[in-house]
Design a protein around this ligand. Sequence first.
Ligand SMILES: [Fe+2]
Length: 175
Amino acid sequence: MNSELLKGLNEHLKLEFRAAHEYLAMSVWLSVNDLPGFSTWMKQQSAGELTHAQRIMDHLVDRDEQPVLPAIPAPPKTWKSLEALCQHVLKNEREVTASINELCAAADKTKDRAAAVMLQWFVTEQIEEEAAARAVLGRIRLAGSTGVGVLMVDQELASGSVPGAPAEPPAGGSA
Ligand SMILES: [Fe+2]
């Protein structure tokens, strides 16, 4: 594999692990703040990010290349508001999308068909990830700062009726 592409894929791992770590911290904060639907959604998102990192590491190993696990900064412990938290999720996902697009360009440039095929999965996944983050942020904005509105969105997330929030409970029970 081209050395620049290899470096880029290893650097991308940091974005996936950082997202996994931050989403888990969000899940804890949401749980502490009595929003089990939101908490479950973020816990599922966190688990998803780990599978994304694993997908890239598996590809590197299959290609006889060395994945290098990054250091992950400690995530925030609290968020200013539910809207700020959702905005941060959307920002994270947009950064991941931008990184995937750069990696796709690098794979095309080096004519690395195998990497391009592997990355194509992420292109599709990121459309869903951004759409889900936007949908939840939009509903929080509609709900405003009223407790009743927030509780309604929390229940929607718990029941899986918001795009990107699977209905089935995560392994290990509710958050
Ligand atoms: Fe991801």
